[in-house]
Design a protein around this ligand. Structure first.
Ligand code: SAH
Ligand code: SF4
Ligand code: F3S
Length: 448
């Protein structure tokens, strides 16, 4: 390939989970340090980073259509880099199938983007999908920008090997970032304006480290330490595995005011045979017991989960067990998916794959139940005076969008109660509830 002039503008497009959003922000910071500017809205960027997700077939196929869409009328393309989990899993295939792609960079290698860009500038096509997780963070620039709500990856990778899932292969083994590095990054985010930090990990509650005194601590210890930072108003964490819900973490929900009353705890299915075939290593009963214990210390907690319908061999009766579980929990929010066979995972070659029509029908029934519960949860908030972290402006003047402690999206108008500003925590009277958001009016201006 011909050498190309170095890019002046970039755009990073992230798909998939919040950890990919975090990685996307960090890649943007690396590029900014190279003097490359974000491309203005609506204009083509010289360098496009597609930060991809491999979790389901549709997510992975999207990469190729996105690459196609970047092609100009004369057949040329901007400089394209494919990053994220598809890059990790299918790097060679992407290089073979999509000649327009000049760089393939895995989730643990993106601190090397500057060197890769230099090579691509000389006309080479470069791949880096090396795995060790420790090196990346130390080599990244410090955090200098943040909105009111920031992500902070504390743990990466997964050792659980659920039989349907690609994450252990795309993200590697479980690794916890050191406590001191996290404290420093949190402080930088706060200096840059963050009020809320969401601690991220593929199995965030498997995080472990040593505090400043050398004591071994778990995620609850980390949350406790961060809660001591005066400028930090709200703490959240996601995603958790039921097996790593320690006594300390459950207790933290009742003890730490800054820890928001929201728990995302995926269960996947409501039947023990299916859970075993998924290699989830928890039962319906042990999962429900954890929820009971969290509710005992934090009665108002909003619960959220992930579900898969149509796992190989799932019968109608087994699926109905999932509906029963949903009925008994009353989730405030949830994510549900049709099972998608992923190459290289044990479930992909299991017998009795569930036909597409059955999966469609099960997903519809499950989502109807989950939407019903989500609306019911939101309706219970109507009439409450609620603290909202203001995240951005709404479409109309005087309208704002923020989050309640229970992670509900709240739209509100700031008259007649005064004026709101991004990053404030304000009191809003909630007046109206839909399945995905609430509406209210400002009672009191900032006391952040
Ligand atoms: N580590 C987290 C979730 C990671 S993936 C956990 O264990 O909870 C996010 C969600 O995608 C999973 O919880 C699961 O519900 C869904 N998922 C993962 N692999 C899938 C597959 N092959 N087909 C359909 N959904 C899948
Ligand atoms: Fe995937 Fe299971 Fe690990 Fe979650 S715990 S990332 S679903 S293998
Ligand atoms: Fe997708 Fe990778 Fe996240 S597969 S869900 S982007 S860990």
């Amino acid at each position: 390939m011909r050498p190309t002039p170095s890019p002046k503008t970039y755009r990073v497009k992230s798909f998939g989970c919040q950890m990919n959003v975090y990685d996307g922000d960090r890649m943007a910071e690396v590029l900014a340090e190279q003097g490359i500017a974000p491309a203005p809205e609506g204009e083509e960027a010289d360098l496009v980073v597609l930060n991809t997700c491999h979790i389901r077939e549709k997510a992975a196929e999207k990469v190729y259509s996105d690459i196609g869409r970047l092609r100009r009328e004369d057949g040329s393309s901007p400089l394209i880099a494919v990053a994220g989990c598809v890059a990790q899993a299918e790097g060679e295939e992407i290089m073979a199938r999509a000649p327009a792609v000049r760089m393939v960079v895995g989730p643990q290698a993106y601190h090397r983007l500057p060197e890769m860009l230099a090579e691509a500038g000389q006309g080479k096509r470069v791949t880096d999908t090396d795995m060790p997780a420790e090196t990346k963070f130390g080599a990244l620039p410090q955090r200098r920008r943040s909105g009111p709500s920031a992500f902070l990856t504390v743990q990466e990778g997964c050792d659980k090997f659920c039989t349907y899932c690609v994450v252990p292969y795309t993200r590697g083994a479980e690794v916890s970032r050191p406590f001191s590095a996290l404290l420093e990054e949190a402080q930088k985010l706060l200096e840059a304006g963050a009020k809320e930090i969401t601690l991220l990990g593929q199995n965030v509650n498997a995080w472990t480290g040593e505090d400043a005194k050398g004591r071994v601590i778990g995620l609850d210890g980390l949350i406790r330490e961060l809660a001591g930072l005066p400028d930090l108003k709200r703490i959240r964490y996601t995603t958790s595995h039921p097996n790593d819900m320690t006594d300390g973490l459950i207790a933290a929900h009742g003890e730490i005011d800054k820890l928001m009353p929201y728990l995302h705890l995926p269960v996947q299915a409501g039947n023990d045979r299916v859970l075993k075939a998924m290699n989830r290593s928890h039962t319906v009963e042990s999962y429900l017991r954890i929820l009971d214990r969290v509710r005992a210390v934090r009665p108002d907690i909003a619960l959220s989960g992930d579900f898969i319908v149509g796992f190989p061999g799932e019968t109608e009766a087994e699926f109905e067990d999932t509906l029963k579980l949903v009925d008994s929990v009353g989730y405030a929010q949830a994510f549900s998916f049709k099972y998608s066979p992923r190459p290289g995972t044990p479930a992909a070659t299991m017998d009795s794959q569930v036909p597409a029509e059955a999966m469609d029908e099960r997903l519809q029934r499950l989502q109807a139940a989950l939407n019903r519960d989500q609306l019911a949860f939101n309706r219970k908030s109507v009439g409450k005076h609620c603290e909202i972290l203001v995240e951005r402006k709404g479409k109309h003047p005087g309208q704002w969008l923020g989050k309640s402690p229970w992670l509900q999206s709240v739209h509100f108008a700031d008259e007649p109660g005064g004026e709101a500003a991004i990053g404030d925590i304000v009191t809003v009277e909630l007046a109206e509830a839909g399945p995905n958001s609430l509406r209210g009016t400002l009672l009191q201006p900032a006391h952040a």
